[in-house]
Design a binder for this molecule. Structure first.
Ligand code: IMP
Length: 429
């Protein structure tokens, strides 16, 4: 009865979706436990590109059930759009295959308006949120004022609670931020309509998962965002408002740790970040552009959710070791090794410098990375096209040396390396 956890070991966008999709071949259930439609998972199947924001990537396998756990914040309109998109693409998305936790929280247009108004008011201190209402929805949850998905089963109560929430938010929007008020009656009516369509999906997902695990099902807990965006363990305050690190799985799904088998951390072969905040291994100019790509390919470094160009740099082993520790990672999966082909030399950061001091570990966690500069190790690059590599022997010696150096600095095994966007483009080590 194993639970495998797959988490991002960086600032999100590590390519978790394609790995979940791959591992889902051997799983019965894929469950998301935190975040909302701030996430964007791009999965390529048979040349078709799917961009998922709420549903777990495993849904693209015909026999896998997708669970949206209680730790998530769900925009019902966006969930309906995603269900419709998949249905049109021929993916079956009936309530037999998609389960929404009754205890997940609902995002409303007021959360979105507040997210944008708060972000604008931060000015220079802005976080660079995705503007999807994530922070305000989690704020409401912790303040015990949230709207839970169980309300979708009681349209009358839902209408009342939504209208009340919009009225209350209007006071803040108008008086604090000088923003236009939203229409409580129209939004309540929209939510009643969403409820009609989403009610069949709402269940106690903790009970469902527990029964399935006891019956021997393999479950994958699919992380969104990454450890460095975790509200506790990330680069606070430049974080999201939930717990994407592995510890978030247990609260966010309502299952205990005894089921856990593997905790796989996904990292790119280099480093990227969207939004604001310090980034010690950031590259600039032509180097950054080379890592980012032009945007012509779906896998180039532009946000799946916002389209923003991602900040790009070199792999940061100080942060990776930190992510291994706070997640309890048993192994690493490295994505996008193929992107490094053709670079004459590759840089790795194994330690930071701050004045005369050298740090292999972060003295006070990653909240303030501004004092640190990267100490570089330079390794030789390779020219070969890796897209056809399927076994370690297919990789050029310089690529194997790069992976071995990462493994030595990380202290956990690298078990999988992706060399292209397709399901098959993976090397098991
Ligand atoms: P929020 O989650 O929209 O509140 O945004 C907070 C921070 O997390 C911002 O820096 C976002 O860019 C970042 N973020 C949120 N979700 C993702 C993601 O899925 N990938 C990468 N960054 C993300």
């Amino acid at each position: 009865m194993p639970l495998d956890i797959l988490v991002g070991a960086q600032w999100g966008d590590e390519g978790k979706g394609r790995l979940t999709d791959l591992l889902a071949e051997q799983a019965q259930i894929v469950a998301r436990y935190s975040g909302g439609d701030n996430a964007g998972h791009t999965v390529t199947v048979g040349g078709r590109v799917f961009k998922l924001h709420l549903l777990p990537s495993g849904i693209l396998h015909p026999r896998t059930v997708g669970v949206l756990g209680n730790g998530m914040v769900v925009n019902p309109a966006r969930l309906l759009e995603e269900l419709a998109m998949l249905s049109q693409a021929g993916v079956e998305v009936s309530p037999a295959r998609v389960k929404l936790s009754a205890a997940a929280h609902l995002i409303t247009p007021a959360h979105i308006a507040l997210d944008r108004a708060e972000e604008a008011a931060r000015g220079e201190g802005r976080i660079g949120t995705t503007g999807r209402g994530i922070g305000p929805a989690y704020t409401a949850k912790i303040a015990r004022q949230g709207l839970r998905a169980e309300l979708l089963l009681d349209p009358e109560a839902l209408a009342e609670r939504v209208a009340e929430q919009i009225r209350q938010a209007n006071r803040t929007l108008e008086r604090v931020y000088g923003q236009p008020a939203l229409d409580p009656v129209a939004i309540a009516a929209e939510y009643v309509d969403h409820a009609r369509r989403l009610a069949p999906y709402v269940i106690d997902t903790s009970l469902y998962l527990h029964r399935q695990l006891r019956a021997g099902a393999r479950v994958i807990a699919e992380g969104a965002q990454g450890a460095l965006l975790d509200v506790d363990h990330g680069t606070y305050p430049y974080v999201t408002s939930s717990s994407p690190a592995a510890g978030g799985v247990f609260n966010g799904l309502g299952v205990g740790p005894k089921f856990v088998d593997r905790i796989i951390g996904v990292t790119k072969a280099f480093q990227t970040r969207v939004g604001e905040g310090p980034f010690p291994t950031e590259a600039f100019g032509p180097e950054a552009e080379r890592l980012r790509g032009t945007g012509a390919n779906p896998w180039d470094e532009f946000g799946t959710t916002t389209g923003r160009p991602r900040r790009c740099g070199w792999l940061d082993l100080v942060l990776l070791r930190y992510a291994i520790r706070v997640n309890g990672l048993t192994e690493l999966a490295i994505t996008k090794l193929d992107v490094l082909s053709g670079l004459p030399a590759l840089k790795l950061c194994a330690a930071y410098r701050a004045g005369a001091d050298r740090h292999e570990e972060l003295p006070l966690g990653p909240a303030d990375l501004a004092p640190f500069t990267a100490e570089w190790e330079t390794l030789p690059g390779w020219d070969a096209d890796l897209s056809g590599a399927r076994t370690p022997a297919d990789l050029p010696p310089a690529a194997r040396a790069y992976l071995q150096r990462i493994e030595a600095l990380a202290g956990v095994p690298v078990t999988m390396v992706s060399v292209g966007p397709e399901r098959s483009q993976i090397v098991f080590l």
